[in-house]
Every structure is written in structure tokens, then in C-alpha cells.
Design a protein around this ligand. Structure first.
Ligand SMILES: [Zn+2]
Ligand SMILES: [Zn+2]
Length: 346
């Protein structure tokens, strides 16, 4: 089968590789679309400790069940069904799962890389993390279930409430998905700071008040205070992986509010926090990563129900043979979510 093989930073090749071998309870997915995630793009640009080349990347996947090996474990999913697949599932047995923090599970079951014509869905992912997409209309959008599920997790972690003011630092695909999710759950105001003109105008078109914090004389903290009657934002999501962005969040959050470090920072980064912010102002600093199968299902249900409006976030589609162009486009910052269309017949 054809697959996009990652051979190291800057080196992606479309190659013929062996098709996956199934074990009992596994399913074979004929991949229809797979989204390029920020992690895939970071790996392509500078490598990643979780991915040792040669390997196949890709985890934001929808497709058609081509085969189920052995006795089917699910009565609701059959060969031929279109599904969205959570790329990992928790074990439900470790100390974190028993505390209800399945996203922190230490024994996760994973699918293999999905930038390929076929991918094996291991039995445990088939039983806990595979969901039918009933309508063709939203099939492609269902690729956004995985990134949106990460946002659902962050919104839960940060206790976003009705009529809150939310500040989003960074309007890349994740920042914009966060914007749409916050809008859908009923916040009253969304403030976005983003230097890229295209991304900033996309946020503005979705109803956010926007600022380019790199503009001469721009003062993001003063702007947020101005927009919130001098109080500050209830929740600040830092959707950029820089220390500078996290530091600016402390100047934007209200007393008793939440700063969520949603973008991953390079290992070894350090922050300097004035302890007065934590003690006297009772600001909560948290972070969010990943999701549970329930949150994945929540995200998928919103996408296929049409209750969240995210069609504008998918800006480009490429065929599998154009994988390198797709990754170069994603690296340019001029795109939002890019999908690889792998099997057009699925
Ligand atoms: Zn992802
Ligand atoms: Zn676990």
C-alpha cells in the first residue's frame, strides 16, 4: 500500500509499504482523510522525541472499515461503515484512569500512523475509540474530532462558564477551534491576539475582537482591560507554545481566573511567575493535553450535528502523492487545517 513515510526532518517520501497485519479483534481502516496536526508539522520541521524515523505520522483520521478480523466486538460497526477513530484510548485500569483522568492514562492503546492507504485499528481502539459517522455530509469535518476533543478537554479543565470573557492567544487551527467551541458553549466575549493577518481576520469573522500584539505600541494587557471594564478575562487559553505568550497571559487574566497553557512548550522551558498572582489574585494556572473517548465522542457529535461552525478551518486538501507540498504549505503559516485525501472512493 502507499504510505507517507517520515525519514527525518524535512524528509517525507510516498512509498510502497507492507499492508498492516491484523490480530483477532482488530479492524482495517481504509483511510479517506487524515488531517495534518501541529505535532505532525513540528515533527516534519524539527523532529519529535515521540517519533523515531522511519515511521508513518498522522492521527486525525476518518475512513471506511474494510475488514474486521475474527469475532466482531461491536454490534454497531460493520464492514463498509464510515468511522472517525480516536488515535488512542485509555486502559481504564491504571491509577489515573481509576481517578477519572483517562487523558493521563499511562497504558494507552494507539493506532499506527494514518497517512497511509490503510491503517490497523487495534482491538482496544476498535472497542473504545471508534465511532460511526452516520452522514456523508459531515464525514470530512469529522477529521476535526481529534483536535476539537483536545479543546473540549481544555474547556472542561478551565471551567469555562456561560457569559464568560475568554481570551485566546494565537489563532492557528487550535486557537480557532477553541474560539468556535467557546462561542458554541455560550461565552459572551472572545478576545484574540494574533500577529498573522489571515488568521486574525478569520478570528474576527467568527465574532472575536482581535489585536495584533506585534503592532507598534500595542499593549495586550491594556487592551484586554479596556475590553473587560478593567477586570481582565475569565479564562485565557495560550494556544501558542512560547514562554512570551504564557507570560502575556498573566497580564490579561482577571483575579480568580484561569490561565490554560494549551500549546506545548519546548521541554526545559521555564516561566517566571510573580507569586502574588497565585496568592493574592488566586489565579489558577493549568494546562490541558489530549482527551478521553467521551470527549472525542462529544466533539464528533457536535461536528456531525452541525452545532459548531468550523468549516472555515479546513483551508486546503491535498492528495497523498502531494504530501510534501501539504507539509510545506502547513509550515508556511498561510494555511489553517490541511487534509490529505487518501482514498477518494472511501
Ligand atoms: Zn492532532
Ligand atoms: Zn489507564
Amino acid at each position: 500500500m502507499k504510505a507517507v513515510v517520515y525519514h527525518g526532518p524535512g524528509d517525507l517520501r510516498v512509498e510502497n509499504v507492507d499492508s498492516p497485519v491484523l490480530k483477532d479483534g482488530d479492524a482495517l481502516l481504509e483511510v479517506s482523510y487524515c488531517g495534518l496536526c501541529g505535532t505532525d508539522v513540528k515533527t516534519y520541521r524539527r523532529g519529535h522525541h515521540m517519533f523515531t524515523p522511519p515511521c508513518i505520522l498522522g492521527h486525525e483520521v476518518v475512513g471506511r472499515i474494510a475488514e474486521i478480523k475474527g469475532k466482531p466486538q461491536r454490534s454497531d460497526i460493520a464492514v463498509g461503515d464510515k468511522v472517525a477513530v480516536a488515535p488512542y484510548v485509555p486502559c481504564y485500569g491504571c491509577a489515573y484512569c481509576r481517578k477519572g483522568r483517562e487523558e493521563l492514562c499511562v497504558n494507552k492503546g494507539w493506532i499506527e500512523g494514518a497517512f497511509a492507504e490503510h491503517v490497523r485499528i487495534p482491538a482496544e481502539v476498535m472497542s473504545k475509540g471508534t465511532f460511526r459517522v452516520p452522514s456523508d455530509e459531515h464525514f470530512k469535518l469529522a477529521c476535526l474530532s481529534e483536535p476539537l476533543a483536545c479543546c473540549v478537554n481544555a474547556v472542561f479543565d478551565s471551567h469555562v462558564g456561560l457569559a464568560d470573557t475568554v481570551m485566546i492567544i494565537g489563532a492557528g487551527p487550535m486557537g480557532l477551534l477553541m474560539l468556535e467551541l467557546c462561542r458554541t458553549v455560550g461565552v459572551s466575549k472572545i478576545l484574540v491576539s494574533e500577529p498573522n493577518e489571515f488568521r486574525r481576520s478569520t478570528a474576527a469573522a467568527s465574532g472575536a475582537s482581535v489585536l495584533n500584539h506585534r503592532d507598534e505600541g500595542a499593549d495586550v494587557s491594556a487592551w484586554v482591560k479596556d475590553e473587560t471594564d478593567g477586570v481582565g478575562a475569565d479564562v485565557v487559553f495560550v494556544c501558542v507554545g512560547t514562554v512570551e505568550a504564557v507570560n502575556s497571559a498573566f497580564g490579561c487574566v482577571r483575579k480568580g481566573g484561569v490561565v490554560n497553557i494549551f500549546g506545548g512548550l519546548p521541554g526545559g522551558s521555564s516561566l517566571t511567575i510573580d507569586p502574588h498572582i497565585l496568592h493574592y489574585d488566586e489565579v489558577i494556572v493549568t494546562g490541558s493535553f489530549g482527551f478521553t473517548p467521551l470527549q472525542f465522542h462529544t466533539a464528533l457529535t457536535m461536528l456531525i450535528g452541525g452545532t459548531i461552525d468550523v468549516g472555515n478551518i479546513i483551508t486546503h486538501e491535498f492528495g497523498i502523492d502531494q504530501a510534501k507540498e501539504a507539509f510545506d504549505m502547513a509550515s508556511s503559516g498561510e494555511a489553517l487545517k490541511i487534509l490529505l485525501e487518501v482514498n477518494s472512493n472511501a
